[in-house]
Design a protein around this ligand. Sequence first.
Ligand SMILES: O=C(O)C1=C[C@@H](OP(=O)(O)O)[C@@H](O)[C@H](O)C1
Ligand SMILES: C=C(OP(=O)(O)O)C(=O)O
Length: 426
Amino acid sequence: MLTVHKANKLKGKCVVPGDKSISHRAVMLSGISKGTTKIGGFLKGEDCLATLRCFQQMGVKVREEKNQLFITGKGLHGLEEPEDVLDAGNSGTTMRLMAGILSGQDFYSVITGDASLRKRPMKRIAFPLRKMGAGIDGRKMGTQAPLTIRGGGLKGIEYQLPVASAQIKSAVLLAGLFADGVTSVIEPRVSRDHTERMLQSFGVTVRQDGLKCTVKSEELQATHIEVPGDISSAAFILVAAACIKGSDVTLENIGINPTRAGIIDALCQMGAEIGIKNKREIGGEPIADVRVKGSDLKAVEIGEEQIPSLIDEIPVLAIAAVCAKGTTRITGAAELRVKETDRISAMEEELKKIGVEITALEDGMMIDGPQIITGGSTDSHGDHRIAMAMAVAGLLSEEPITIDNHHCMAVSFPGFIETIENLREG
Ligand SMILES: O=C(O)C1=C[C@@H](OP(=O)(O)O)[C@@H](O)[C@H](O)C1
Ligand SMILES: C=C(OP(=O)(O)O)C(=O)O
């Protein structure tokens, strides 16, 4: 159990660990490329370590030197049939993106995950991958993990995504690297585009035409990847500092890819004082230093269009809404119900325990602010984002907040508590 006490101010500079989405993709793409890829800033969080172990089980060699990973790929057709079940742990990204790659392999594989992941919907990737020719089965009529995959013999398809999901888009595009003909995905709204950007760094031609993205089979060539700081991890610090008057924090080297930076836009709409400095691009991804100062916040309306760019940040955005004047309304976010936990219900349950009123909607939530956070005992539901959102609430709370099952923070942000404590002034 973790106890978090109120903070007077947060001050200083910090870095956050590498981007989780980019770290997963760096392992996967280097694993199926030719040559050795050097990866700096790789996130050693539980999710990305699960991806790394899965690729090692398929014969991919990984070496670490001076905090950099060197991954020697097996080419498009060199992965080895894993002798045992692949374990994606808590990570939806690992399971769904890897299913795309496994669908292209001329072998049989089984992929499972923890109790949370085994409940998450997999039909969304199994359906298009079967259309391409993969033999995929699983529990609950082939819709839940463990999944079995007999890959090979794929043909390209054009697929209209039913939801704006980078995981479904990426699974189909990655399978497309092994398919005969061209493979296209059409998204209903823009979702994070790290796969498309990184494929190009590995020398693959990616055609983007509005919301339609097309690839065809092409060998990947090893490259050098620098993983930026994860904006989804930075979000916890951004919200905490924005809510505490007198705070002034600079987060260095944060990825500000526009398909991911919705939390910055949302906080600016709420009147937060945020400055973006030292903008640059590394390996096709925009990064910058982000400075945030504490100020009075006002409520915001977040709808369907903005959701994909801040989907993982909604639990902590809810904490900002508690401090903001007026009614914050978040809608179009039904996807929150199928994350590591049902994040709408989990936030409703946990906020009530610390004296905060919230109205849960089928596809979002409404919060009237400002409200006083009284403090109390909470539980993470085994979900890293809920655990860290509750820790941010603790920094703002009259009385301390305890968080049960807080170790899941290491899924995406190892060292979260130390990072916060280093910024605490009083
Ligand atoms: O592609 C990715 O790396 C991710 C995509 C998002 O999921 P969906 O594709 O299900 O929206 C996000 O919530 C997840 O944390 C990471
Ligand atoms: C939803 C998340 O990740 P994943 O889908 O990879 O489990 C997340 O990190 O918030």
